[in-house]
Structure formats: C-alpha cells, structure tokens
Design a protein. Structure first.
Ligand code: HPA
Length: 253
C-alpha cells in the first residue's frame, strides 16, 4: 500500500473513494490530521494532508516525525510526496512538474530524526540517494503515460520558511547547485529513510524563485493560486497512473 502526502493545493484527494479516517497517536505526538484511507486508482491508498486539512500548519511547525511514523504504522510501503516549489533553474518555471533526485537541507531547529536521546545506540542512515530509485521511475513512467512533460531530476533545496527567500539566498542556492526551492521536503525524506519507507517527490513549480524571471522584483503570491490549481490537477493524473501501476507489496519497487 502506498501513501500520498499532499502539500499546498492538495489538501484533499477528491478521487479517493470508500474513505475512512484513522486518528493516529505516535510516540512523537499527533500527525497533521486524521489519516484518510480509501481507494484510488483501484488500489488501497493512504492520504495525509501535510499542512492539515484546513491548511493551517506552517512548514516549520509540521510534525514530520508523527506523520511518517503514522504511515509506517499503517503498513505503508512507499510514500509519494507532492510539494509545491519555486523554480531556481530557469527551465523549471511555473507550471512544470519535476521529480527531483537530490536534496540540500537548509532547514534548522526541526525535529529531524527518530534516533535521538541518550538511551539508545547512535544510528546513521545512508542518504546518498535521498529518493527511492524505484518510486522515482514509477512517477516518471506514470507522467509519460499521462502525456505530462516532467523533468527527471533536480536538486531540491529545502528552506526553513515560512517566509519566502531573498534574492541573495536564491543566488546562493543556485551556486550550491539547487534547482528547486521548497519548505517541506526535509526532514520528511530523511525520516522516511530512517524507517525504511520508499519515498519520492512529485514537485509542482508554482513560481520563479525570488529574484528570478517573473519574480525578479517580488513574488506575487496572489498569482500563484491559479497555476497551483491547474498544475496540481495534472499532478493528480500522474499520481493516479503511478498508483495503478505500483508494484504490490514485496514486489520490485
Ligand atoms: N520558495 C520556497 N517554497 C516555495 C516557493 C518558493 O519560492 N514556492 C512554493 N513553495
């Protein structure tokens, strides 16, 4: 069974049917909301709205540990994370879909590991490839079946938020090799790795990052909504195709 974590613009998966809700409590507190379990693309799917169903939880206040722990507890094998981003690289303009392959983490002060405290052995997980190769391939082939152009790869730079970046910060991110900028990719991806959940992201670019392209002077937040709605709709088609072609539990990812 796969989970979809919906970000801005995807607080609800309206194509989910036979829906039931499951309230979860974890050793790390409560997730962003009740977990929704239902049928999507003919398969059992778990859905969670990252920012809460009323979109009230800011990126730095999301309980990423409770979210990932809950999905693991429910027996999920993989997580497809949908996230809106700003485009740093010129080709990643508003309305593009990207399946990133790398991450740079600029966040701070977030609870970013399950392995804390002094009463257990120190654990380091390999994170060389932060996204599941199999799940990335599933998303890319799904996009091809939908006829949706999607960029294969890109470095997701995760900033702390909730404010948007300065032009100089985006310049620095570009120099570091960042292609996309968002606020929620970390520690979500790392926590998924810590509990052995496959994890990949489908990013929806809604604006040029600060100081670039149409955001040269400022980011017009009012204008983001429309592109977000239309692009998220395209992303849902990709999700549908990915889930319907996903390998069953124990199969090759
Ligand atoms: N920066 C950070 N996060 C974002 C952006 C951005 O420009 N657009 C959408 N999410």
């Amino acid at each position: 069974m796969y989970a979809i974590i919906g970000g801005s613009g995807l607080a609800k998966l309206s194509a989910l049917s036979n829906v039931r809700r499951q309230v979860m409590r974890t050793p790390f507190g409560e997730p962003s909301g009740a977990i929704t379990i239902g049928t999507f693309a003919g398969r059992d799917v778990v859905f969670l709205a990252r920012h809460g169903y009323g979109h009230t939880i800011a990126p730095h206040e999301i309980n990423y540990r409770a979210n990932i722990w809950s999905l693991k507890e429910l027996g999920v094998q993989g997580v497809i994370a949908v996230a809106t981003v700003g485009g740093v690289r010129a080709e990643y303009g508003p309305g593009t879909l990207v399946v990133p392959d790398q991450i740079i983490d600029y966040t701070h002060s977030r609870k970013s590991t399950f392995f804390s405290g002094t009463d257990a052995a120190v654990v380091h997980v390999d994170f060389t490839q932060p996204y599941s190769v199999g799940l990335r391939a599933l998303l890319l082939s799904a996009a091809a079946r939908c006829g949706e152009p999607v960029f294969d790869g890109g470095v997701y730079a995760c900033t702390q938020g909730p404010r948007l970046e300065t032009a100089a910060e985006i310049e620095r991110i570009a120099r570091d090799g960042g292609d996309l900028v968002g606020m929620t990719g970390m520690p979500e991806a790392a926590l998924a790795r810590e509990v052995d959940l496959e994890y990949a992201a489908l990013c929806v670019t809604v604006n040029h990052a600060a100081g670039r392209g149409s955001s040269a002077q400022r980011i017009e937040l009012k204008e983001l909504d429309e592109v977000m709605q239309t692009t998220v709709k395209r992303a849902v088609c990709v999700l549908d195709s990915a889930v319907s072609h996903a390998p069953a539990a124990g199969g090759a990812p």
